[in-house]
Design a protein around this ligand. Sequence first.
Ligand SMILES: Cc1cc2nc3c(=O)[nH]c(=O)nc-3n(C[C@H](O)[C@H](O)[C@H](O)COP(=O)(O)O)c2cc1C
Length: 155
Amino acid sequence: MSDNDGDNAPEPYSRYLRSVLEQGIVMGNLPKVTTDPNRLEEQARKEMDKVGFEYIRGSAGESATMSSNRLAFRAWKLVPRMLRPTGQRDMSVTLFGKKYDSPVLMAPLGVQGLMHPDKEIGTAKACAELRVPFTLSTSATTGIEELMKRLPLPS
Ligand SMILES: Cc1cc2nc3c(=O)[nH]c(=O)nc-3n(C[C@H](O)[C@H](O)[C@H](O)COP(=O)(O)O)c2cc1C
């Protein structure tokens, strides 16, 4: 039985979770990127160039907004749904007359060339794969024309 909901649909999260558990418990292979958000920053520090890492980590001022954001997310809880089908889910939202699969979008992040050689092109490709809207920052290290050439929009 397939818990996918169409040929072009992204992999269901339940399948991804199952593969992480199987790989970890049976094979002893941990995911390349930690599943613990509290360890993500340290992992990124080890992987990234200092300048790129510090640009992201730096936040603004005394990081008050970042702290408030983290606190706000702490107030949210995920309640797992048990013993009911979860293969077909609909989290779509319609914004300005266009329907999106999920209520998540990629906010503009400037100068991504400092953070990774794939710069905004890599992020836009990942967003396209996940069907998440991507926002190109006015401070991007990739021009609109270059991005369109590397990532043509579906017709
Ligand atoms: C490293 C970094 C770079 C950002 N660059 C931009 C930018 O170029 N233009 C912009 O409008 N917002 C920029 N932002 C703000 C984000 O788009 C977003 O509004 C902000 O991070 C709050 O969302 P969050 O709570 O999901 O992080 C940047 C944020 C970060 C952390």
